[in-house]
Design a protein around this ligand. Structure first.
Ligand code: PMV
Length: 312
């Protein structure tokens, strides 16, 4: 049987992270240039299913791994869904998506593994199923995921997302450019989501007001994206960053990256994903991509990626 490779993109949340966990809308877009790839090949009889996380130098034997091991969990989820026994196979995983950086690395890996394993078994999973299987693994990564990561990664298209509702694809009238800058500080989404929950529990009225405003920003952003009014997104991104700072998930280094991007000509900028480290995104006019990239590097970004959000 020939080797089979399947891949999945990273993602960025344009606006509405954290508030999305509390039922408010958010917008996320795939980052198709940053991917995880899973290649699966048959192994000798009796080997069972092994997953080799090549970047982490880690090998997972699915049969004996702990129930909470995310790579074993996605493989088991796929096998249970298809009601098929574990094959004798080796699945090798490589990912360009930085870990614990707010770019959805865990989900990206889950989706690539699910697709490769199903294909090896002669099955193609529909996108909704892939998304649902990845969601179950998200629960291991952090207890109360909204579902936005698995949705945008599995569908690989921009989504307007409300927890518990089917994803709403929407029109990107005019393409736009984002720079994604890594602070180099790892941060587990599990921790920031739990910390925000504690603060919300202690101060519900204030936090609900923050979350509601974030949701309104997502709604307004969607309207501007659908109308092709890209520059109108800028103040929304800036305000969303200020709100994320208010709920305690920014860091001085993230604030500095955001300011550096704006000073170098970005229209707007904010942290993206769980925060507490990880990445910022900057909305940039095409003519300023190079200067803003240089400014982000100068301000301490360890990596900067450019992605174009294409028309749909
Ligand atoms: O840090 P990431 O890439 O996993 O994004 C998390 C987004 C949150 O809204 C903070 C959590 C969630 O489940 O939606």
């Amino acid at each position: 049987m020939p080797d089979i490779t399947r891949s999945a993109p990273g993602k960025v949340i344009l606006c509405g992270e954290h508030s999305v966990v509390y039922g408010y809308p958010a917008i996320a877009v795939p980052v198709s240039g940053l991917r995880a790839r899973a290649t699966i090949s048959a192994a000798p009889s009796g080997s069972g299913l092994r997953i080799v996380a090549a970047d982490l130098n880690e090998t997972v034997q699915v049969k004996t791994a702990l129930p909470t091991h995310p790579l074993a969990a996605i493989a088991r989820g796929v096998l249970a869904h298809l009601a098929l026994p574990e094959p004798d196979a080796t699945l090798t995983l490589r990912s360009e998506v930085p870990i614990a950086a707010g770019l959805g690395s865990g989900t990206t890996v889950s989706v690539a593994v699910a697709r490769a394993l199903a294909a090896h078994l002669g099955q193609e999973l529909d996108t909704e199923t892939v998304s649902a299987l990845a969601y179950e693994v998200e629960k291991i990564h952090h207890g109360t995921p909204s579902g936005i990561d698995n949705t945008v990664v599995a569908y690989e298209r921009p989504v307007y997302f409300v927890k518990g509702q089917p994803p709403t694809p929407f029109t990107i009238h005019t393409p736009f450019h984002l720079l994604i800058a890594n602070s180099g500080i790892p941060s587990a989404t599990r921790h920031t989501v739990a910390a925000v929950r504690q603060r919300w529990e202690a101060n519900r009225a204030t936090y609900e007001a923050y979350f509601k405003r974030m949701g309104d920003i997502a709604d307004a952003a969607r309207e501007h994206i659908e109308a092709g009014q890209i520059k109108h997104l800028a103040p929304l991104l800036d305000e969303n960053h200020a709100l994320l700072r208010d709920i305690g998930v920014s860091l001085p280094v993230l604030d500095q990256l955001v300011s550096a991007a704006r000073e170098a000509g970005a229209w707007g900028a904010k942290l993206t994903g769980g925060g507490g480290g990880g990445n910022v995104i900057a909305l940039v006019p095409p003519a300023h991509i190079e200067t803003v990239t240089a400014a982000l590097r100068q301000a301490g970004a360890t990596q900067v990626w450019h992605t174009e959000v294409e028309s749909h």
